[in-house]
Design a protein around this ligand. Structure first.
Ligand SMILES: [Fe+2]
Length: 264
């Protein structure tokens, strides 16, 4: 992939997103949220890839994956007014279909086209399908990390902004009460990623986001989270009970261990 290819993709993506702009303030807020998210995921992916010894060409491919990873979000929101895949469509799959239908990747060698299509298609899968080849898995890990880092920013900004300024589709629509579920805490203690299906309150949602830290592949991504202070900023928004404090200590120990190891 050349720099010219990347510039073409950026221009294409900009036209694509503009076609979903809306005169409705609420709808436009949700669309803008995803445009900004995309730009931030592009920045994150470059930083993670550079810090993890990717080649110049690989970094361009990574940036293209970041640019296109959430393109399914735009038709998803316009059609269903939600970002919840469970009640609408799988936005990763939808994005990959648009890339194919619109022939966006035509200037690229076919193996790069396939790499980008597969990475977009599976970026939001609960786990990475083991059938994919090693290079696809590597880029999939990269986009999933870069995406997660920015999802933390989106949620923190959501919680830290006045209610009237919040982009409605960010929330899951669960009650914002002081309760949290034992199963979410137990995932944190067992160093496992929690699933959406167990979320009953906003606190569960925050715990689920924190459990994603167990699924960060690149050390550089954990560094990026720490640099932005995302972990403490989410922890601060949880009830400070003894059991939450102890689960958070487990999580933080895990993160310190990761940052102290010499692998990537
Ligand atoms: Fe996504």
């Amino acid at each position: 992939m050349t720099e010219k290819d990347l510039q073409f993709f950026k221009a294409w993506f900009s036209d694509f997103t503009k076609s979903y702009y809306s005169s409705d303030t609420e709808d436009q807020k949700n669309i803008t949220l995803k445009v900004e998210h995309t730009h931030n995921v592009c920045k994150n992916i470059i930083e993670i890839a550079q810090g993890s010894s990717f080649s110049e060409n690989q970094i361009r491919v990574a940036e293209a994956i970041a640019l296109f990873h959430d393109m399914g979000r735009f038709p998803q929101y316009t059609r269903y007014k939600t970002f919840r895949d469970a009640v609408s469509v799988n936005h990763g799959l939808l994005g990959s279909k648009i890339l194919i239908q619109e022939n966006v990747l035509l200037p690229l060698p076919s193996y790069e086209q396939q790499l980008i299509i597969q990475a977009v298609k599976f970026h939001n899968a609960f786990a990475i399908p083991p059938v994919l080849n090693d290079e696809t898995i590597l880029f999939l890990r990269l986009i999933r990390d870069a995406d997660k880092v920015d999802i933390f920013r989106v949620f923190i900004e959501y919680y830290e902004s006045p209610k009237q300024d919040r982009a409605s589709a960010t929330a899951l629509g669960v009650p914002d009460t002081p309760e949290y579920s034992a199963v979410m805490l137990s995932c944190i203690l067992k160093k496992q990623v929690a699933s959406y299906s167990n979320i009953k309150t906003e606190n569960d949602f925050k715990l689920m986001k924190l459990s994603w830290l167990y699924d960060m592949h690149f050390k550089e991504s954990v560094k990026l989270m720490r640099k932005n202070n995302y972990i403490d900023r989410i922890i601060d928004k949880l009830p400070q009970t003894d059991e939450i404090k102890s689960a958070m200590a487990t999580l933080k120990d895990y993160l310190s261990d990761r940052l102290n190891t010499t692998d990537s």
